[in-house]
Design a protein around this ligand. Sequence first.
Ligand code: ADP
Ligand code: MG
Length: 614
Amino acid sequence: MIRRLPLVVFLILLIGLPAFAATPEFWITQLNYIGLATLVVLGLVLLTGVGGLTSFGQAAFVGIGAYATAYLTTAMGWSPWAALVLGLVFTAIVSYILGAITLRLSGHYLPLGTIAWGLSLYYLFGNLQFLGQYDGIAGIEPIHIFGISLSHGRHIYYLIWFAVLVSMWATSNLLNSRPGRAIRALKGGSGMAESFGINMLSYKIIIFVYSALLACVSGWLYAHMQRAVSPSPFGLDYSIEYLFMAVVGGGSSVWGAFVGSGLILFLKDQIQNVLPQILHTTANFELVVFGVLMVLVLQYARDGVWHIIAGWWYAISRQKTTQRKLAPPPEATALPQRQRPEKGSLVLQLEAARKEFGGLVAVNDISFSLHAGEIMGLIGPNGAGKSTTFNLITGVLPSTSGKISFQGKRLDKLRSREIAKLGVGRTFQHVQLLPTMTVIENVALGAHLRRSVGVVSAALHLERKDESELLYEAAKQLQRVGLGDYLYEQAGNLALGQQRVIEIARALAADPVLLLLDEPAAGLRYKEKQELAQVLSRLREEGMSILLVEHDMDFVMNLTDHLVVMDFGTKLAEGLPEEVQRNPKVMEAYLGGIDESESDDEQASAPVTAGGAV
Ligand code: ADP
Ligand code: MG
């Protein structure tokens, strides 16, 4: 396995270095610091790189871990291990409270919020009498494992790197799991994920606490390595440095945490050594040079250094290994299915649903109903209010007035994730996939509610059974819509039409009773449209209720049982497709906009014909 070669070499070097007596002490110390930083940066990879939440306060959590053990072991005589447990509990509580408050903030308020509490924790360390104020706490005992003292740098090295490797393993497990897919949706897919029943705020808090716990472990190790703590390494400048490491290493990859920490600590040290010799001065120019270097890296390696290394190695190793075609996931137990309503029973009912945007009435007291096993079309010119109607039904937008009910339950006061739970699945007019995730992962996100895998079991990889069931379900839905050959492609690499079909598979993975499709055939070729029509007909036979917005008249007329036509927010006509097609008001709405000179007699008197664009 040539692709694993770098990992094996890395591990051999990592384990071998301290055992080798000729390794300079300085390297060991440096590697210890790199390991401690990697732990913190790993949290930032999850929080900032993947989750898109910028924190300027990580160093303060390192401080909590360090001070907790410093105080408990020196003043209270606790064992370092007990102090670690209490430190973790305390960090979890503090970060949960801070997270629950600050993570509701968006935009630049969040980073500002993290700066605020980062600073206040720093000054708290410096001013509390029992923490030794700015002098800190000295005389911390080394950690003992099985009677061996880890007082020497070469010994604590193993504990530090054990913690780093375990955390890297756990973090990458987490990212490739059910909760991980939700976490990866935080950046750029929050609204979509909520439409599949995922509570995004709770995932924000989870990664916030997770990253704080990693920082706490780093602080605990630091305190017992240094044998003394003082407030300075837990201030804002260190928090900024951790962020630099995360960005320079490679925002969203676990290995980027190691590369970024290593690179920045190495560069800082080199600059400190070399610069005074070049400039013949002891003045403090290091930070200036360091700052310029950072700007250059951010300019030329925007995705981080790890991205470059990985791409380079991938190119080399691919030449030597014939890329095997990845097989679909093995068969697994089918996920439980929702109770289906009886064919013909009332599924969705809108009664005078209304939406105003300021003075604009986008949906003007619209009423219609949809029954189980029926495909209903919602058509109308651009801007008629079709997508807004979808957004009212799915709770993406609150309605101004009116009543919307689904299987007898009022929807209009519910959040979108509660509506998803009841069995409403949807696609979006503007495709909302996570482009860097694979097709199968995107679809598995749709099945999120059908299994409950927690963060701990995902991080420890104890969820294999649930995960295989979710992936098997996702693959099954993709095969159903004819995309079985694209399971492991990046979703963003597929044609736009195919991306729309992935959205249908994702909605089906949620096992909905009602499916809302917003222009599913846009961008599809003729043959693909026919295949999609077949898939939808089959779904109808199975008792699915479908509400369809579509511009291709051929598609709509051949497929739907019932049509509602909207224009300027108002319902213009309703009925069987053939009836609606001949309705003079509908013809007016569709053809009225055409210039007199262009519309000859034949066009004006013809029914809305097959293939006519709306
Ligand atoms: P359709 O999907 O039928 O093309 P939409 O439902 O997207 O139409 O839009 C209906 C009307 O509501 C349009 O005039 C549009 O500009 C307006 N509209 C839609 N969303 C918003 C919004 N979030 N804020 C203000 N106006 C909006
Ligand atoms: Mg629309």
